[in-house]
Design a binder for this molecule. Sequence first.
Ligand SMILES: [Zn+2]
Length: 496
Amino acid sequence: MEKFNYSHVQRYFLFDSSNMTAYIKNQIMGVRDQKISLINRTMNTMKRNCNIEYISLGEIDQIGASCHYLRLGDWGLLLDAGADPHGKERSGYPRYDLIAGEPVNAIIITHAHLDHLGSLPVAIRYFPHARIYMTPATAALSEIMLFHYLKVQEKKARQNLKKFEPPYLSEEVEHLLYMFQSFDYEFPFKIHGFQESEIDITFWDAGHILGSAGVEIRWRGRRFFYTGNTKKSSQFILKGARYPGNSEILLTEATYGDNEEASHIKKQTEVKRFGNFISECLNFGGAVLIPVFALGRTQEIMMLLNRLIGRNQVPAVPVYLTGMGIQINRIYDRLLHKIYPQYDARLLRTITADTLQSKNFRKPSIVVSTSGMMMPNTLSFEIAGEFMQDPRNGIALVGWADPETPGGSLRAGKVEKIKEVFGIDRVLSRIETFYFSAHSHRQDLLRMIEHINPKKTMLCHGERNALEWMKKKLQELNLGGKVIIPEKERKITLPG
Ligand SMILES: [Zn+2]
């Protein structure tokens, strides 16, 4: 047996010992470096993945189609899918094509007004796998609103004698209804795709219309809050918004940012003035037209009339309600007491309501009618033209109207323009404007931002002057952290 040569081993060992030490050292250092680089890479990835990317696909500095896209790591959310109901056909839709290659796992609808909902069927064509989240009341109202939108588009096309090209089909709306997932206020839920995400959502009462929600988004330690449309103080039915404090990033509407007057108006004074105006017209034997949006304003005004008549502050005359407002009243009565247990579920039904087509229509009376902006060929437009011929009549303007619409012309009060727009020779009736908004005035917006106390505030849903005023004021008061007016269709990265 060959004798084992230890010296060789020894030598070998001795020979290699320094190299071996260096080798081991290198190995250890290498592993350490690899670990450090892995940690750095992971940290960078985590850092990148904690970034929130934002892009507005709809309008920012005007009231039109609202739609915001958020990219949270591998997940994507759409906040609202609005249409501009008065826009020129399809040009009023958000630019979904801009994010065609991006993930969209969920579409969150804040409320059922068309400027936040109207293009949802179009969005689903682009992102068929997205889940749709909203409150139960918004789900109920969305059905009516989407079918109504189709009808209006059809009517418009017929009036223009064009071949009707529907923005989407009624079958698409029917299919969509099955995709709604609804959650109550202050009930957190997770966004799901094929897997569960790390995104937690909570709806908060926005106080704007029935079912309207502010959306709180929590993701990897970050908190993003989108107000939707919001009213901080109470209306005649709805209580004011109830939002959580301390979100890191806030995306807020600023509709009344440039309206100084609105902040000084006292609700009770306005109610009294409104009651007096109606009473005076009725006492002269006239009728009063109140043009309103079917969803929200109609119900609030009906409730106010109910109270004023109940307290004998307005004579008990018939109240005529036209159009879609009747359907929406039923949903308010059915669902409101679930949100506000003290709400009498029959309140809106107790008002004498009839249609103008009825043979029983008589004066003195009150007519609550759509459209709120008195668009041509709507009932409020036609009734206004007729009512303006009689000095005993009155028209009470109670909501916002785009200056370019007939309602806007009435608000501006320029007689020649009114005659031209409504195609009439004389304006004899009384016309008064009242402030009963479903949006927060600017002082309330500032208070809300103070409460939410964000590090970054992004402003949207307001005319350019409104956004600029809010930005300036927030900076002056040192509120809202860094204030941004996003540019439409331009990506913003919000680093984590
Ligand atoms: Zn709204």
